[in-house]
Design a protein around this ligand. Structure first.
Ligand code: COS
Length: 386
């Protein structure tokens, strides 16, 4: 059951207020301390943000993808690390269980994910397997009714906060068909975390390696209970995540544009506000036009996404999702670049928000599939014989 339109009409303004009144004022703290304050995390739990995408029967809010995108747009209007606290619970960390998990796995895990009691993280990438996700090397060997896992996962968002991972490992032969997805409690013996990654931007987000040394996990923890399905689960989860990220990119473009317009109104050169100069207006206008184009695309693709069964993939929808991810994440890169340009030298100074956002948005073109991977998905689908 999805959230009814009336309740959603109450939720969205509440989230808008939360972003404006709680998160935006905390942006400086985040930048300075590289940490989301604990009281904000508690407020996020109370608002149900950890369970946005989890159906009501499992304790979540159960938003449609079109609704989730509107929420993601609002959350995109502040430093991206805030959304990242619950982003893996809403998206890539939990959705594999929702789409392909057994009834028992859903009952056991999802209510705790929705409440924020359990932080889920998604562990696919490895030192030698990023874009080529089907080549992962982490091994899972069957030993009685357990699997024994060995390998290293890299750049794992929220790993230091995670209570459990949705983790892909190889139970079979080479290629996509040999991959299984596991629900892996983070406190199992043999799991250690690497040093926190020092990143270009998105201060306050937590990523690191996850190292598996003879980790024993019950065979029953394979998502769906059937080995060899994990790559498809990962791809379906990423399709959804990529659309969510597209909406975040649009929200951030909106914020950068607002910052740029405010600066153009107030900053004076040659005796008048720089916003009165047409060369400044041209930059703002390009950003506005591209932002509207991106946001229209996201909303349209989200409707298509909602029109198919949530646990099934449709190559045409995947192609459109990749178009959104490609366009919106590249778009926000250009908007951020113009934002810095409108700010002039001030745009290069950390005190100004555009300097941080410029660094933050660079990641959007990389994670959940680079721009080039989106191009490949689109190109392949266009050339596929139907
Ligand atoms: N939904 C469901 N199934 C999918 C799918 C999707 N979106 N995309 C592919 N599959 C299926 C295919 O249908 C195929 O199944 P069959 O073997 O039954 O035919 C299987 O998965 C393998 O697909 P494919 O042959 O396309 O795999 P490739 O190795 O060529 O890889 C790409 C495809 C490059 C698209 C994939 O590896 C990818 O998305 N890489 C980027 C990974 C990524 O985003 N990493 C970020 C990490 S999380 S921050």
């Amino acid at each position: 059951m999805a959230l009814d339109a009336e309740s959603f009409d109450l939720l969205l303004p509440a989230i808008q207020r939360f972003v404006l009144e709680r998160l935006v004022p905390a942006e400086d703290h985040l930048e300075e301390h590289d940490e989301v304050p604990a009281d904000i995390v508690e407020d996020m739990k109370a608002m149900g943000l950890f369970g946005l995408s989890i159906p009501e029967e499992f304790g979540g809010i159960g938003l449609l993808m079109s609704q989730e995108c509107q929420v993601a747009f609002e959350l995109g209007k502040t430093a991206l690390a805030f959304r990242s606290v619950f982003g893996t619970n809403v998206g890539i960390g939990s959705q594999g269980i929702l789409m392909d998990g057994t009834p028992a796995q859903k009952r056991d895990i999802l209510p705790r994910v929705a409440s924020g009691e359990l932080i889920m993280s998604f562990a696919l990438t490895e030192p030698d397997a990023g874009s080529d996700a089907a080549s992962i090397k982490t091994r899972a060997e069957l030993d009685g009714d357990h699997y024994v896992l060995n390998g290293t996962k890299r750049f794992i968002t929220n790993a230091p906060r995670a209570g459990a991972f949705t983790l892909m490992a190889r139970t079979g032969g080479p290629g996509a068909g040999g991959v299984s997805s596991f629900i892996l409690p983070a406190d199992l013996p043999g799991i250690t975390l690497g040093k926190p990654d020092k990143k270009m931007g998105q201060r306050g987000t937590k990523t690191c390696d996850v190292i598996l040394d003879n980790v024993r996990v019950p065979a029953a923890n394979i998502i769906g209970g059937v080995p060899g399905q994990g790559f498809k689960t990962a791809m379906k989860v990423l399709d959804r995540g990529r659309l969510h990220i597209s909406a975040v990119a649009c929200g951030m473009a909106q914020r950068i544009l607002e910052e740029s317009v405010a600066y153009a109104r107030e900053r004076k050169q040659f005796g008048k506000a720089i916003g009165e100069f047409q060369l400044i207006q041209a930059m703002l206008a390009d950003s506005q036009a591209e932002l509207l184009a991106g946001w229209s695309l996201v909303q349209k693709v989200a409707k298509r996404f909602d029109a198919k069964p949530a646990h099934l993939s449709d190559p045409d929808v995947s192609m459109r999702v990749s178009c959104s991810k490609l366009f919106c994440t590249e778009m926000v890169g250009r908007v951020a670049d113009r934002g810095v340009q409108v700010h002039g030298g001030a745009g290069y100074i950390n005190e100004y928000k555009v300097e941080r956002f410029y660094r933050d948005v660079r990641l959007l073109r990389l994670y959940e599939g680079t721009t080039q991977i989106q191009q490949i998905i689109i190109g392949r689908e266009l050339l596929r014989e139907h």
